[in-house]
Design a protein around this ligand. Sequence first.
Ligand SMILES: Cc1cc2nc3c(=O)[nH]c(=O)nc-3n(C[C@H](O)[C@H](O)[C@H](O)COP(=O)(O)OP(=O)(O)OC[C@H]3O[C@@H](n4cnc5c(N)ncnc54)[C@H](O)[C@@H]3O)c2cc1C
Length: 373
Amino acid sequence: MLQFSNHRTRKTHEMRNKYDVVIIGGGIFGAAIFYHLLKYTSKKVLLLEKRRICNGATGRSGGFIRLLHSSLNLCDLSTKSFDEFNQFEKKIGRSCGLIKTGFFTIDLYKNLPAIEDHLQFIKSRGFQIECLTSQDVTRRFNYLKMPIDEDKVVIYERDSGYADPIRTCKAYLSAGVSLGGDILENFEVQSIETKNGKVIGVKSSCSNFETPCAILSAGIGTDGLLESLGYKEPKFTKKIIHSSFYKYPLDNLPFPTFLDKTLGLYGRDYGNNRCLLGLAEEVEQINDNQKSYSSMKITRKLTDIASKFAPWITHKHWIQGQGGMDAYTKNCEGIVEFLPEITGLLICSGGSGVGFKLAPEYAKQAVLKIENY
Ligand SMILES: Cc1cc2nc3c(=O)[nH]c(=O)nc-3n(C[C@H](O)[C@H](O)[C@H](O)COP(=O)(O)OP(=O)(O)OC[C@H]3O[C@@H](n4cnc5c(N)ncnc54)[C@H](O)[C@@H]3O)c2cc1C
């Protein structure tokens, strides 16, 4: 098991109190930025995590990796990030657990013209992506027993699938530590200190650190820290739940990774004859009382929707549910921006339910911004 320093073990480490960059948050955004900063710059970097690494959305993420997204910018990020997942072990030194099951995006035929240029763009990057009719699906994947209505189209990405978000995050972090970075768990950042409109340090529950540059990648905790600086970010939160189900009658047959946009449902194989199925729900302005992730009501809704997708799924197949909150932006694009009013504060947040698969490229954007700063 990977062990990073925390406030109890810190005394045994030779830690600095002054860093070029302090990253706030040990989810996939913070971890990927940590690694890329240490790999491609000579900066002294510290990452602070309020609890344990992957405490937030990353630790609950389904890890779906797909190329097709709702904007050309996101398709650009997903294709570039995919290259990193594909060569992860070679580049980072540990596996990210990528499994290429193939990926179905199910949508209505009438929506196809709106994404035609996205499909062309993805193809131009050398990826195999094709549109399948309901008959194609029955012919090629007849064991799935999934009724695809005639008015729907399946966009099939051959090489996509899913990876393991916790392994990926820890791989980035341990590679960063071997490049000289520091990580402290159980250090909750309480405020970002500024003087004359410039970042001068961060105050945490255990120690204070001097730095001219703070990266705010605290997921749904980002808003609270910005508010303490007098900012109200235009960001909101979504509750995403998933449940595992027994895969009977598919048993050991491979289950495709999919997103059914017409039902709002997504799913993938989950090992040991199980599949994972999930839904996303919008929750405006989350507060601490809303943090219960899974309720019977939402689990029942999920099972009902799942049974429309795969009629063999019933309540009896349900094993367990879990979920989490993710920071969303109004346009569902992540934020990698310096706050114009405060010199040295870079916000990297708003994964909008797709942040895991895009994190490698968001991290590279963050590093470029810091280098050109
Ligand atoms: C249930 C679920 C399923 C998902 N499935 C997918 C998927 O299949 N594919 C995909 O691409 N994306 C998926 N996502 C989205 C993706 O997981 C997130 O966009 C991504 O993990 C966000 O990463 P992050 O680093 O921005 O935030 P987080 O992972 O939330 O990390 C933020 C970290 O900051 C820490 N923190 C907060 N406040 C402070 C503070 N004051 N001081 C120090 N640390 C602090 C938190 O403890 C946390 O560890 C899913 C999300 C959820 C919730």
